[in-house]
Design a protein around this ligand. Structure first.
Ligand code: ADP
Ligand code: MG
Length: 613
């Protein structure tokens, strides 16, 4: 038999992974207690202090003591109750877990009681329990989380990352509970002050006013499920992941299958590689779902997900239709736009305001491209080692490139093609396929280059070079742009400002969560600095956390991804040539900086084989 304290510590590992888990559990308890006001006050991203107070029902002295026992819950009584859960919690594990691995003070009082209760527990051991004067409701102070689990403590990420997780948790509980007032304070400064509101206002309070005009209402009621919420109009879709949230019965969930239903409803309405926001709330008979499949309850099993899929899809589709955003715009047809027929009842119809220039060419000087254009980086980047061998590939001259040499330098074996380039070509024969691939014959077959990945590699090597050198060119913006971020992104941006400076960005803080972009890297032709910064943050956010150790490299990588040439763009012959030249001037042309294949060769043999019969 393990002593209780040890058992609790083990259980804690599942429920409490980081400070944000404590925030989640305690805020959920406050919701279950019927609170209408919940405030969260944290220090050092929760590593030093997490304090959560609510005006909920409070606990009696006995319940307060009981609450810290494992499997102590007031929310279910038997296994059957598991199938009709209407509360956020039910496992009775959170408080026992938190008390096992931190220093916890609880102050609580029920409305009907004269005096409240104070309990102090450290590492599952009750140090004090006594009557105390305190407000109605409950106040938890959790200090020194993981003080007795050094491995966990060491495993925690930097404050920026941990704070970001806390902000995410707050978003996930605040969204489905707009009628409840929330506040979040970090190191004395207020990150969120959310008054009681309706759903739309809550979304806007969390993610910024800019979202408001984009939101379209969704509402669908069937016997199986009720779906309501908001989705973002396609024309406001961003190059970044956007804010995508599902909730079921007021609980945040991830659901890849339902996500597809939403994304398919947007099919053909979105420019390539852009993402719509959605905030969708599903209400369903609790007997139809199983919440108890995952310790943190973010994975939820639906009895009838196949029936819900089409309902969800149709609900989103219908909302897009109502708002005149559904007409078929097929981005595959290189710029030709189908003008939709007006619906029969054409009263009050506003045509979608989607502006696409069919002649648009990102390489021309006009600046309409989403982020960085592609023309600048391709100048002045010749003369690197692989270039010579690349030209050999076409010209059939003696090979100057020695693979061992390069292998030694980069640690990556170069593809075979470098060693066998002897055939004579009249010049580079290239062809762009599907606005995505560049095809070119090489000695051993047909080489297929992914245009975006190639450009990522090129930009990455340029950025790394710039970061290493002392002199960095910054292009001053004629009209400095301001950018307003949500608190999580704002923290993130602050933490990488110095490195961005080394790349040529000139970005300053300009009030709360607002930044002013005065300059951008000289080597990028940036038409939309806010967009680049937004995309950069998104890329950086989604980069593996371990890679953050090499922060500079990661930033260069994120920026390369954010500013690389997109798919869906026609390239001119010179542009293709440039791309190829610059790619093979790179140290490691055949992989993107994050290790994806840039090119592949279809061997002539394979082509021959396919004609064998
Ligand atoms: P669960 O939420 O799964 O029941 P917890 O360990 O989170 O388990 O909480 C244990 C019990 O403590 C709850 O069932 C509830 O009765 C009580 N409790 C916890 N937090 C609060 C609170 N903020 N206000 C009132 N009661 C609470
Ligand atoms: Mg709970």
């Amino acid at each position: 038999m393990l002593p209780d304290a040890v058992a609790n510590q083990i259980a804690a590992g599942e429920v409490i992974q980081r400070p944000a888990s404590v925030v989640k559990e305690l805020v959920e308890n406050a919701l279950d207690a019927g609170a209408t006001e919940i405030s969260v006050n944290i220090k050092d991203a929760g590593k030093t202090l997490i304090q959560i107070s609510d005006n909920g029902c409070g606990m009696s002295p006995t319940d307060a003591r009981m609450a810290f026992e494992r499997h102590a819950t007031s929310k279910i009584r038997n296994a059957n109750d598991l199938f009709c859960i209407r509360t956020m919690g039910f496992r009775g594990e959170a408080l026992a877990s938190i008390a096992a691995i931190a220093d916890v003070e609880l102050r609580t009082k029920m409305l009907e009681d004269e005096v409240g209760t104070f309990i102090h527990i450290i590492g599952s051991e009750v140090k004090t329990q006594e009557p105390a004067g305190t407000n109605n409701g409950t106040n938890f102070m959790v200090k020194n989380l993981f003080y007795n689990v050094p491995a966990r403590r060491k495993f925690l990420k930097g404050n920026t990352t941990e704070l970001k997780h806390i902000i995410w948790e707050i978003q996930r509980v605040a969204l489905p509970n707009p009628g409840i007032k929330f506040s979040l304070i970090h190191n004395g400064s207020s990150l969120y002050e959310l008054p009681a509101a309706n759903y739309r206002k809550r979304i806007v309070d969390l993610f910024g006013k800019a979202l408001n005009q984009s939101l379209v209402n969704v509402m669908e009621e069937t016997s199986i499920v009720k779906v309501h919420g908001f989705i973002g109009q396609p024309k406001f879709a961003r190059k970044t992941m956007g804010e995508q949230f599902f909730f079921v019965n007021g609980r945040y969930m991830r659901h890849a299958y339902f996500h597809k239903a939403v994304m398919q409803a947007y099919e053909q309405l979105l420019p390539p590689e852009s993402f719509p926001s959605y905030f969708l709330f599903l209400e369903i008979d609790p007997g139809q779902i199983d919440i108890n499949v995952h310790p943190t309850k973010t994975e939820i099993k639906f009895e009838n997900e196949r029936d819900i899929w089409p309902i969800l899809h149709a609900a989103v589709r219908e909302s897009l239709g109502k708002h005149n955003v559904v007409p078929s715009i097929d981005f595959d047809q290189s710029g030709s736009i189908d003008i939709p027929m007006p619906p029969k009842n054409s009263e009050g119809i506003r045509y979608p305001d989607i502006q696409i220039n069919p002649d648009y060419n990102p390489f021309e000087t006009e600046k309409t491209h989403s982020g960085g254009s592609f023309s600048k980086p391709l100048t002045d980047f010749r003369g690197k080692k692989n270039l010579e061998s690349w030209e050999d590939l076409y010209q059939g001259t003696q090979l100057k490139f020695r693979p061992e040499e390069n292998q030694h330098e980069t640690g990556i074996r170069q593809p075979e093609l470098y060693t066998q380039a002897t055939e004579q070509f009249a010049g580079k024969k290239t062809l762009q396929l599907k606005q995505r691939y560049i095809l070119t014959p090489v000695k051993s077959g047909l080489m297929v280059i992914d245009q975006k990945r190639a450009h990522e590699r090129i930009l990455f090597e340029q950025f790394m070079e710039v970061m290493k050198s002392d002199s960095v060119a910054s292009q001053q913006q004629l009209f400095p742009q301001t950018i307003e971020l949500n608190p999580a992104d704002s923290e993130l941006l602050k933490s990488i400002l110095n490195d961005l400076q080394a790349l040529g960005f000139d970005i300053r803080e300009f009030g709360k969560d607002t930044f002013i972009i005065n300059g951008t890297p000289g080597m990028l032709d940036v038409s939309s600095p806010e967009m680049i910064v937004e995309r950069l943050l998104e890329e950086y956010k989604n980069s593996p956390v371990d890679a953050r150790a090499k922060a500079r490299e990661q930033i260069a990588l994120s920026l390369a991804k954010a500013s690389a040439l997109d798919y869906g763009i026609d390239l001119k012959q010179e542009e293709i040539d440039h791309l190829i030249d610059h790619l093979f001037a790179c140290g490691t042309p055949n992989f993107t900086p994050d290790g994806k294949k840039v090119l592949t060769i279809i061997p002539t043999d394979d082509i021959e084989k396919s004609f064998a019969k």
